[in-house]
Design a protein around this ligand. Sequence first.
Ligand code: FPP
Length: 247
Amino acid sequence: MDWKAQIDSAKLPQHVAIIMDGNGRWAKSQGMARVFGHNKGVDSVRQATEAAAELGIKYLTLYAFSTENWNRPQQEVDALMELLVNTIAKETDTLMKNNVRLLTIGDTNRLPERTREIFKACMEKTQSNNGLQLIIALSYSSRWEITEAVKLIADKVKQGQLDISSIDQQTISRHLNTASFPDPDLLIRTSGELRISNFLLWQLAYTELYFTDCLWPEFTKEEFYKALVNYQQRERRFGKTSDQIAK
Ligand code: FPP
């Protein structure tokens, strides 16, 4: 099946978010250590990024490292940090060539200095690129993000800068790490797990969810196109009726 040919370019999602899962299981299936799966997962990151950029999708958010991932064996955490550093160092020129801007969400203060520095450098270098906005979630969890937003808002109230009666949904959205991005239209999760796992809980309120058994290291451009075709077959009602949407 040529999935790409089936994509309606007039109905592309503006923002796709991905929970990249199954690296460990894929490595195990190959008789290899987990880190081998993460390394192979970088190829899939490249494929998804290229596919999104080529199609003209504006935002791609990738869940690369969760707050909970800090609890993994230290050796695996170190290997992931190393992989992030090497990948960003190696790919920055390609991001520049393709007009891709790199951004992060999450508690990046917790990252090792070298990881923080390389991301900072890449973000600064790519900050004027206005093609695909590639958002990497690092040391991110949605409950952490919402808690931080509540603290910021409470502080503004305390300082007399914000009136409680004026707090609405926009106020909350504006205090999240994702304040400058639209909510995702489509969330993809690989590896057959049917969970959200503390990812963008507020932002996913009306997002279409797509789950595939495919493990992340096997997630090719074709798999990405297939998810988009599936998304385009859905009717997004945002709480309205079908008839209201047809009007
Ligand atoms: C989940 O698989 C994957 C991760 C926790 C890490 C994902 C990170 C990468 C692919 C590297 C990203 C690089 C860039 C530049 C964004 P898992 O280990 O939870 O797999 P399992 O569920 O099979 O154990």
